[in-house]
Design a protein around this ligand. Structure first.
Ligand SMILES: [Zn+2]
Length: 273
């Protein structure tokens, strides 16, 4: 999060922290970043990350190093190739290495056509350590370094960039499971907040229509629509397809001089509001 904070200067949460705790965001001093209860803002952020982990969002492990020139990634101690540190995966050869904090760039050499490892030992490898050396040499030979500085990657969003929105969406999906839809509901500042919230609840299938109540184990005499009594009372039916509701859409869109075909499904009904 500290890296994201330093790189994404225009993100709203970064601006808020800077406006309260100064340009350094409280990272540079212990005095300005203390709140009333004496806890630092960053402790609170880390705590929030732990809460996100409790939802199974795997937030703490979602920001990983991305290899470029290898000058800031530790060869043995950082996770940069696969899902384990080399110091754990190749423990014998790690113990024989002379510089345990060497960077990837210190251990990899390009000679124009091929890549090989550059090693420095306290004692020459032998026995099973030699097997590990062969294995690690195979991995190293397929690594390609670039001229760009090493970067950070956020794994929970296809763009690789952390946003609070993408984390919130991930937590929503985990908490709401199959009840959630993928419909994006942008907040519309021209309509009352309660309407925005209602549209979000519709997208999450959180309005108490009969089929949703039935799924949650509530005993009902029927799951048919209360208005037309001819189809199952689902969110889609209640919001769009029920003949009476479709009639209201038809009249309203006519009144607004809009083509009546623009509302044909649930997404049309709530995503544009
Ligand atoms: Zn109906």
């Amino acid at each position: 999060m500290v890296v994201v904070f330093q790189k994404r200067k225009n993100a709203l949460w970064v601006k808020i922290i800077r406006s309260i705790y100064g340009k350094g965001g409280g990272l540079d001093t212990n005095i300005t970043c203390r709140n009333i209860s004496g806890r630092t803002i960053w402790k609170e952020i880390i705590k929030a990350g732990t809460i996100a982990d409790d939802t199974r969002a795997s937030f703490s492990t979602s920001i990983t190093k991305q290899l470029e020139n290898g000058e800031s990634i530790k060869f043995w101690k950082d996770i940069w190739c696969g899902s384990e540190r080399f110091c754990t995966l190749f423990h014998r050869i790690f113990m024989l290495g002379s510089n345990k904090d060497a960077h990837v760039a210190d251990r990899i050499s390009h000679n124009g056509t091929s890549t090989c490892g550059i090693w420095s030992w306290i004692r020459s490898p032998s026995g099973r350590a030699l097997n590990e050396l062969t294995e690690i040499n195979n991995i190293v030979s397929s690594i390609k370094l670039t001229d760009k500085p090493d970067a950070w990657k956020y794994d929970l969003d296809p763009s690789g960039i952390y946003t609070t929105k993408s984390l919130a969406r991930k937590i929503d999906c985990l908490k709401l499971g199959n009840h959630a839809t993928n419909i994006s509901v942008p907040r519309n500042k021209y309509i009352p907040q309660k309407v925005n919230i209602f549209a979000w609840r519709v997208a999450q299938k959180k309005i108490p229509v009969r089929i949703e109540l039935d799924k949650r184990g509530i005993d009902l005499n029927t799951v048919l629509c209360l208005i037309c009594n001819s189809d199952i009372e689902s969110t889609d039916h209640t919001m769009v397809h029920c003949p009476k509701i479709a009639q209201i859409w038809f009249l309203t869109l006519n009144w607004w001089n809009q083509p009546t075909s623009i509302i044909s499904n649930l997404e049309d009904a709530i995503s544009n509001q």
